[in-house]
Design a binder for this molecule. Structure first.
Ligand SMILES: Cc1cc2nc3c(=O)[nH]c(=O)nc-3n(C[C@H](O)[C@H](O)[C@H](O)COP(=O)(O)O)c2cc1C
Ligand SMILES: C=C(O[C@@H]1CC(C(=O)O)=C[C@@H](OP(=O)(O)O)[C@H]1O)C(=O)O
Length: 357
């Protein structure tokens, strides 16, 4: 099971949902960067579980203990290791799940690959909880990128069939900052209320719902990325598909670009003074695997949580029988509502790996 990612920065992630702790080691960070730990805390709190009925009831403080790489709040250039202790493991919930495979979760493929030795408790290393250290690493990268004028924003574009507005090409910095300061990352307050009702209804019905996250990265200069195997979309997508429950990644105008004529899909260039811009941004700021200077725009599709309390058909791998399973325990009725901080973190890590800092 590999733990590492990155070419410029080096990430090494570890931990399980019900283990003692999880964390991440970040190598190759620049020295002399003042880290704003309050901003890190805010990012961790955006993702933390147990805060509303729209999330899992597992409560975790998700405080990060920095074990190395920081002196007086300033990076030394040595590997920065952030540790997050688990405090609320209810492992009894998982006793049946060692042999009864949850449809839609990692249990069965992991049972085959790791010969039944994989930790199923809370999803083990496959848990959405592994996104806590990712948000920590992303918060560090975000701060370094912000100093270079690169800013990342995301919102819940849809929950099931309820849609928020798309990011428009002329959205202002003020509107984006307003979004960044909201408790829940949804542009339209009216749509957010509808999303919340839908999620709570699904929870009441012992079910779950999925959704989409739209993300925009502003300020990345033209010329970042490479063609073919290393296209920027490819590099970013490896990180996006590492987020548990992400099932689709698309750049630019979602699937709509496939329905356009070429004349509609092309983004016409113009000079704004000395700056080259495009009138539209249907291609999401990346052409030929390289940035064109427009905001990078992408959307991730997140499936409904697989662990639901409704009875489902499954298998018992101990007795080799078909059986039924109603999952007990604490689970998110909707992962997507918690995902924006995770998506932004992964976007920050991806760009940090490409941009020389
Ligand atoms: C923030 C976050 C929270 C999650 N919470 C849960 C959960 O409570 N219950 C669950 O079954 N899956 C949850 N997941 C998703 C599972 O971890 C994921 O579906 C599982 O590892 C299988 O991977 P896959 O869906 O990518 O194939 C969560 C994912 C994220 C990103
Ligand atoms: C704890 C978190 O989410 C967990 C993600 C998760 C899973 O299967 O992914 C299963 C649940 O774990 P448990 O059964 O231990 O409560 C969630 O609570 C978190 O995101 O921090």
């Amino acid at each position: 099971m590999s733990a590492n990612w990155g070419r410029n920065i080096e990430l090494s992630i570890f931990g399980e949902s019900h283990g003692k702790a999880l964390g991440i080691n970040i190598g190759n960070l620049p020295s002399g960067i003042k880290i704003d730990m309050d901003a890190v805390k805010r990012e961790m709190a955006r993702r933390a579980p147990g805060q509303t009925l729209m999330a899992t009831s597992r409560r975790e403080p998700d405080e990060v203990e920095i074990m190395s790489g920081l002196v007086d709040g300033i990076t030394t250039g040595a590997p920065l290791l952030g540790m997050i202790y688990n405090t609320s493991q209810h492992s009894k919930d998982y006793s049946e799940l060692k042999i009864k495979m949850r449809p839609g979760h990692s249990d069965y493929p992991a049972y085959i690959k790791y010969h039944g030795f994989n930790d199923v408790r809370g999803g083990g290393h496959f848990s959405g909880r592994l996104t806590a250290p990712i948000v920590f690493a992303g918060a560090i990268c975000k701060q370094i990128l912000a100093d270079k004028g690169i800013h990342i924003y995301s919102h819940v574009l849809s929950i099931k069939d309820i849609k928020d507005d798309h990011f428009s090409v002329d959205i202002t910095d003020e509107q984006l900052e307003e979004l960044a300061n909201k408790e829940f990352s949804v542009l339209s307050d009216e749509k957010f209320e509808k999303m919340r009702e839908l999620i709570l209804e699904a929870r009441k019905n012992r079910n779950s719902v999925g959704g989409k996250i739209e993300c925009m990265i502003k300020g990345v200069p033209a010329g970042i990325g490479s063609p073919f195997f290393d296209s920027l979309e490819s590099r970013m997508s490896t990180l996006f598909f590492s987020i548990p429950a992400v099932k689709s990644v698309s750049f630019g105008d979602l699937d709509d670009i496939t329905q356009y004529y070429g004349s509609e899909a092309n983004d016409a260039y113009y000079y704004d003074g000395e700056i080259v811009k495009t009138k539209t941004n249907h291609n999401g700021g990346i052409i030929g695997g390289i940035t064109n200077g427009m905001p990078i725009l992408f959307t991730l599709g997140i499936k409904p949580t697989s662990s639901i309390a409704l009875e489902q058909d499954t298998i018992n791998v101990a007795t080799h029988e078909n059986t039924k399973l109603a999952i007990v325990g604490r689970h998110d009725p909707c992962i997507a509502m918690r995902a924006p901080s995770v998506v932004e973190a992964m976007a920050a890590i991806a760009i940090m790996d490409e941009v020389n800092v």
